[in-house]
Design a protein around this ligand. Structure first.
Ligand SMILES: Nc1nc2c(ncn2[C@@H]2O[C@H](COP(=O)(O)OP(=O)(O)OP(=O)(O)O)[C@@H](O)[C@H]2O)c(=O)[nH]1
Ligand SMILES: [Mg+2]
Length: 228
């Protein structure tokens, strides 16, 4: 069956937000109201591909580490309020030699999930350099979230949760620890991003602004999850 698509122009959006792609699409497998591009960034082996696979398929890619080459992407449609939000998620290679490839994609992303590995001090120390790159190549109002991944590896932890929180606060970005292995906070991270992006497009002037930090905290409390 062929897809039906009608694009809504900027003028048709309530707040005139120009850079967001608003389109309706119906196909046999997929229906969505709004689509956004999200990129995963961070050093090689922090778990970007595993976090994406956990979110998309609910599984953990254990076994041998296979580094991503260049860039790859997967789509997932999530429900946000009464809308179907399609996230087109770009999984980048963390290895230095692919940086020039991934730079070209930054500009199109409306959100960036920046990961470090709680068992790797180097991956945490490199977050500042990633943020510098982001400010150089990404859209000015891109949504950024910092994720400390591999929270299941408590015995090997070398980056305290408080250090992640402090860094995120310094840059004014939301933060949580995730585990692609156990699934902790993975769905929440993507859903929070989807909600933030959806509200940016549909927000009415008289509506209270969506607060991503508050949303994350309330969801953690609801699930009784400590965010470990
Ligand atoms: N214990 C544990 N291991 C993880 C977790 N996430 C990823 N790993 C492991 O860490 C290694 C690297 O994971 P990837 O997802 O391939 O890393 P990546 O960030 O995509 O790496 P590049 O593609 O090179 O940028 C793999 O061996 C995974 O099994 C996690 O949350 N917990
Ligand atoms: Mg990868």
């Amino acid at each position: 069956m062929s897809a039906r698509k009608t694009s809504l122009t900027d003028k048709q959006t309530k707040n005139g937000t120009s850079k967001y792609v608003l389109e309706r699409c119906a196909s046999i497998n997929e229906y969505y109201d709004i689509a956004f591009k999200v990129m995963l960034l961070g050093d090689s082996s922090v778990g970007k591909t595993c976090v994406l696979v956990r979110f998309k398929d609910g599984a953990f890619l254990g076994g041998n580490f296979i580094a991503t080459v260049g860039i790859d992407f997967r789509n997932k449609v999530v429900d946000v309020d009464n809308l179907k939000v399609k996230l087109q998620i770009w999984d980048t290679a963390g290895q230095e030699r692919f940086r020039s490839v991934t730079h070209a994609y930054y500009r199109d992303a409306q959100a960036l999930l920046l990961l470090y590995d709680i068992t790797s001090k180097l991956s945490f120390d490199n977050i500042r350099a990633w943020l510098t790159e982001i400010h150089e190549y990404a859209q000015k109002d891109v949504v950024i979230m910092l994720l400390g991944n591999k929270s299941d590896m408590a015995a090997e932890r070398v980056v305290k949760k408080e250090e992640g929180e402090k860094l995120a606060k310094e840059y004014g970005v939301p933060f949580m620890e995730t585990s692609a292995k156990t699934g902790v906070n993975v769905e929440l991270a993507f859903l929070a991003i989807a909600k933030e992006l959806k509200h940016r497009v549909t927000q009415q002037p008289n509506e209270p602004k969506f607060q991503i930090h508050d949303y994350i905290e309330s969801q953690k409390q609801k699930s009784g999850c400590c965010g470990l």
